[in-house]
Design a protein around this ligand. Structure first.
Ligand code: GLA
Ligand code: ZN
Length: 685
């Protein structure tokens, strides 16, 4: 069966409203309890359940035994209760018998230790036994339940990730390399193996880069970046092949949409290479701490960008707390609702939780759940979930399929992320995510809608393209960035950009390599210092002048036509450029040569947004986030999200009505958002 897209044209499951619910694992408790579960689901407006995520040992209890009796009852009950089902293949954790029968299915770690049975997300992606049997169980599940009208989507595996360094993966790596390079000559050139006498004369000589081979200290310290980079690419592709195996098996009997749950900014998996193989993107939102609206905004924008701007599903979030961190803070009253709406504001067409009912034992027994161990409906968390369920029911289908009308793109590139962080020099302290986050935060604070996209994305629809730490330049990207500026757009890039080609070999030209014509500069040398060392940078535009800090990396810039916007204030390079702007065609190339602090990044970004009239309506109201989605019927929905613990009052930007309260507002009328409050204004005119 071909890769067919669903009737709504988006690849997403066809639903009448935003699906609300999440992971439900009733195989873990007695069937009598299911009745309570559904009673509580009714009370909370739960209409969608993800079933079977960890059921492999249940559906295939022995090598030659498939037993769907329990899953039949679970799926049957959900259907009978009128719920939509996102049905998993259950291959995120393999059963103990599988590891015993086929020791190859367990992974070998970075230190070379062959693991024995344990944990989850634990299968060697190259194991023929794993590939065959995971595909077979997916095939059987799809064949069995494809005709069930309650099933709306397939959920393959779970949170693919990690890495394996076993001999099967080594063989898979060699096959992958043969396909990529064709000849050992090409591979030796790409990996620069003349250095340290590494010239390979047979494919069998190539080993996975690990603690036993090229690495010391850990996965980021490698003698050969080219080898390590290719292994990262290979591992991501190897797990993608696992996903594709199962998807193909599902396609034999169903053309319903297939997804797997991504994890946002997750380094081991290149989601840009994966997303094209999913019918729709979904992801699990577990921010690093309880003050993460900027981080989440970036992650949502990245997930939507990976889906080529289509809406995505929010597959998991905790209603209250996680269990996996050392310290697991509780979401404050209103925060679960606020963060759910933030996801929708950034393109989510579902609001799903992990999990519906708390597990009684094992490592997630203290993980938050809609229904706790006592099974009560009168808890704060349950009440908040139920209130959100009612709100989503009132909203109906107004948001479904709505697109983000962004005119700003931020380039995100897994290859650059990997190359930057496995590099020896200039500084181990530069973290790709932090650089990207600073630039995204500046855009987000200013109220711009941003598409976070891969480096092959179509750039012609954007006025501003921001490319933080674009370490690696591939293909025709420099020309496409030049085209953005030539037609009047602005392109921004930073220190450590334009350094290496796709093999992580330096360009034999001035830094920033092929970006130099657009930026109108050359980097002569660079300095890296401990975080305590701050070099003040004076930023000037007309009468507007500020002094901000910069840290970690300081590139020394020699303008080649660019004008100077900011200068270093300290050290032997005091007075030399730290920020430049180059006129290129009808637009500009901006270069930020140092690790400016947030204030400095925001200053630069706001100047650019302002020039393109892209500042949001409330750029100076801290904690107030706005985001826009345009529905398929053309209506413009502006989400207002108050991340602060104080109420916020602002004048309405346009006349419209709040889809949550039903209240109308006139242009300029003061509107007040409660602490953690949300409005979804359908704007008129
Ligand atoms: C992940 C997994 C779930 C569960 C949650 C807990 O997202 O997919 O199975 O472990 O984390 O936060
Ligand atoms: Zn392996």
């Amino acid at each position: 069966m071909s890769e067919r897209r669903r009737g709504n044209g988006t690849g997403l499951p066809a639903t009448a409203k935003i699906p609300f619910g999440g992971d439900y694992n009733p195989e873990q408790w007695p069937e009598e309890v299911w009745t309570d579960d559904y009673r509580l689901f009714d009370a909370a407006g739960i209409d969608t359940v993800t079933l079977g995520v960890f059921t492999w040992a249940l559906t295939q209890p022995a090598p030659d035994v498939y037993d769907f009796s329990t899953l039949d009852r679970i799926v049957g009950r959900a259907g009978a209760e009128g719920r939509s089902i996102c049905l998993a293949t259950g291959t995120g954790a393999h059963p103990p018998w599988l590891a015993r029968a086929f020791p190859e299915v367990t992974r070998t770690d970075f230190e070379g230790r062959r693991h024995r049975y344990g944990q989850r997300h634990n299968s060697c992606p190259s194991s023929p036994a794993f590939r065959r049997l995971s595909t077979e169980v997916a095939r059987r599940i799809a064949a069995r339940y494809a005709g069930n009208s309650a099933v709306v989507a397939w959920h393959v595996g779970n949170e693919y990730g990690g890495a394996c360094y076993c001999d099967l993966c080594a063989a898979g790596f060699r096959t992958w390399l043969r396909r990529r390079y064709g000849t050992l000559d090409a591979l030796n050139a790409a990996w620069y193996t003349t250095f340290w006498s590494h010239t390979f004369t047979a494919w069998e000589e190539i080993e996975p880069p690990s603690a036993l081979t090229e690495h010391w200290r850990g996965p980021n310290h490698t003698a050969f970046q080219g080898i390590t980079l290719d292994y990262l690419r290979f591992m991501s592709d190897a797990m993608l092949a696992n996903f594709r195996d199962e998807k193909a098996a599902i396609r034999e009997s169903s053309d319903l949409p297939v997804t797997t749950n991504f994890m946002g900014m997750y380094r081991p998996i290149d989601y840009h290479r994966w997303a094209a193989h999913l019918d729709f993107v979904s992801w699990d939102n577990y921010p690093p701490d309880d003050r993460s609206p900027a981080w989440m905004a970036l992650a949502h924008d990245l997930m939507r960008g990976s889906a080529d701007g289509q809406p995505f599903w929010l597959m998991e979030q905790t209603p209250s707390y996680t269990a996996s961190r050392d310290v697991n803070p509780l979401k404050r009253p209103g925060v679960m609702r606020l963060w759910s709406w933030q996801a929708v504001a950034h393109g989510a067409d579902s609001v799903l939780f992990f999990q519906m009912r708390a597990s009684r034992g094992a490592c997630e027994k203290y993980h938050g759940a809609v229904i706790g161990h006592a099974g009560r409906a009168d808890t704060r968390v349950f009440r908040e979930v139920a209130a959100l369920g009612a709100e989503l029911a009132r909203l109906g289908g107004a948001v479904l399929g709505a697109r983000t009308p962004a005119r700003v793109a931020l380039l995100f590139d897994w290859d650059s992320w990997w190359a930057l962080e496995i590099s020896d020099g200039p500084s181990r302290l530069v973290r790709y995510q932090q650089v990207v986050l600073a630039y995204h935060r500046a855009l987000w604070d200013a109220g711009a809608d941003v598409d976070v996209v891969g480096v092959t994305a179509e750039l012609s629809r954007y006025d501003v393209v921001v490319a933080p730490a674009l370490h690696m330049l591939k293909g025709d990207l420099p020309q496409r960035l030049e085209a953005v500026a030539a037609r009047g757009g602005s392109v921004v890039t930073t220190f450590l950009s334009g350094r290496v080609d796709e093999h992580d070999n330096a360009f034999l030209m001035d830094v920033p390599g092929p970006l130099a014509p657009l930026m109108g500069i050359r980097i002569d040398e660079w300095d890296a210092r401990e975080p305590a060392v701050v070099n003040p940078v004076r930023l000037t535009a007309g009468t507007d002048e500020v002094e901000v800090g910069s840290r970690l990396v300081f590139e020394l810039v020699i303008p080649q036509g660019a004008e100077v916007v900011g200068t270093y204030r300290a050290d032997f390079y005091a007075g030399t450029p730290a920020v430049t702007r180059h006129t290129f065609g009808a637009g500009h190339g901006w270069y930020v040569a140092a690790g400016l602090d947030q204030e400095g990044v925001s200053w630069v970004v706001r100047r650019i947004l302002d020039q393109h009239d892209l500042l949001g309506p409330y750029p100076d109201v801290p904690e107030l986030e706005t985001a826009v989605r345009v529905a398929p019927d053309g209506s413009r929905l502006r989400f207002l999200l108050n991340h602060g613990a104080q109420p916020v009052t602002v004048p309405a930007h346009r006349a419209g009505s709040d889809l949550l309260s039903g209240d109308g507002v006139e242009h300029g009328q003061p509107i007040t958002l409660d602490p953690y409050g949300v409005m979804v204004l359908r704007e008129r005119g």
